[in-house]
Design a binder for this molecule. Sequence first.
Ligand SMILES: [Zn+2]
Ligand SMILES: [Zn+2]
Length: 443
Amino acid sequence: MLPIKPTLPIKPTLRIKNGRVIDPASGTDAVLDVWLEGDRIARVAPPARGEDGDKNGADRAQAETLDATGLIIAPGFIDLHCHLREPGFESSETIETGTRAAACGGFTAVCPMPNTRPVNDSASVTRGILERAATASVRVWPIGAASAGSRGEALAEIAAMHKAGIVAVSDDGKPIATTKLLRQVMDYCRALDLPVIDHCEDASLFAGAVMREGRQSVRLGLRGMPAATESVAVSRDVQIAELTECRLHIAHLSARASLELVRSAKQRGMRVTCEVTPHHFTLCDDDVGYDTHFKMNPPLASAEDRAALIEGLADGTVDAIATDHAPHEPASKDVEFDRAPFGVTGFETALALALELVHAGRLSLARVVELFTTGPARVLGRGRRIAEGEPADLTLFSTEHEWTFRASESASKSRNTPFDGRQFRGAPMATVVAGRVVYRREV
Ligand SMILES: [Zn+2]
Ligand SMILES: [Zn+2]
C-alpha cells in the first residue's frame, strides 16, 4: 500500500480515478486514483470521497477525468520485439500505422527490429527512424543491427547508433551469423552495456524448412525443422555470453530445450533473458494447415514445448511477452505455404491472449502485468513504475470485456494474423503515453 502524503498542491491535467493499480515494481495492488501533470505522474492516492474537500491537494477543477472503475491500471506496456517496416517496406506497415496498432494493443513503447531497407545499421538510419517516430502514437525505441546490413560480416556502427538512441542490437530475421562475429559484437556491447538480442537459429538445420518437424509436418508433406534448430544456437550464445560477460536476450524463444538453457544460465547468475510470443504460447504445430497465417519463424512448436513455455512464463524463467509483430501486405501471404514469408501481426491480440492463460488458471494477473512491463524494462536495463515523478505511461485494461478480434478492423496496414474472428475476454481499454490518451476503446 502506498503512503498517503499530504503533499504540495498539484495542477493535474488528467485524473484516472478508481482503478485497480497493479505495479509490480512496488508490489502495489490496490484501488487508487492516479493524477497526471503534463507528461509525468503527479500523485497516486486512494480515491478521494466527494468532489470537494481535496485531501490530495489537487486542483481538481482543471483536470480531465478518466473513470477506471473496474479496470486495471498498469505501468505502460513495452514490446521488446516488433517490425514497423519503415523505412523500405511501407506497403506492409509504417511507423505511423504500426504504432497506432501498438496503442490499440495497450503498448506505450515498442522496439522495432533493424531489418528495414536500409537496415538500421548506422546512426543516420537510427536518427531517421526517431524523427519519424516523433509524431507516432507510442514511444519508439529502435534496435540497431549487430552487423553491417545484417549481413553477418563486419560490425555495424554500434557505438554511433548507441549515441543516436538504440536500446539493443540484433540481426533479427537472421541469427548473428558466426560465433566469431557474435564474440566481437558481445565484446563491443559489453563495453556499452547494451543487450544483444539474438534470433537463435542454426542455419544448416533451418535451410528450406517452413514449419516445425514432427508428425504434423509429415502429415502435411511440408519440410520441417527440429527444435534443435533453435536450441543449438541458444547454447552457442549462452557460452559466448559467459565468455564475454555481455547481456544476452533470446528473441521469440519457442522450445523446451532452449528454455532449459536459459533457466540454467540464470541459476548460474548470468544476465541471460528471454521473451516468448503470444502465438507460441497459444498455438502449436497441430494448428498448422496450409493457411499461411500460421507460418512464422520460429515456427509453432509441439504441444509439449508450448506447455513448457507456459510453465516458464509462470515461474519467472521467461522475462517478457513480446509480439514479434511482423506485418506482410496481403498479396505476399496469398501464395502457397512453401513460398509465403514468415511472420504474423500481434500488437492488438497480445494482451487478450495472455489473459486467456489467466482465465485458465495458468498464470496470475500480476505475472501478466510483469511480463508486459517491468520484465521487458529490466531486459533493457530500465525501470518502470507507477509513482510520483515517473513518466505518465499507463495501460488501462479490462479482464472481463468481451469482444471479437476482426483483422479487417485492425489499425495495422496488414492482416496476417491467425487470430481473425477469435473471441476474447479482456482487452486494453485506454493507453496513455507521456500523459496523453493515445487510445481509448469504444464500448
Ligand atoms: Zn526473429
Ligand atoms: Zn522478429
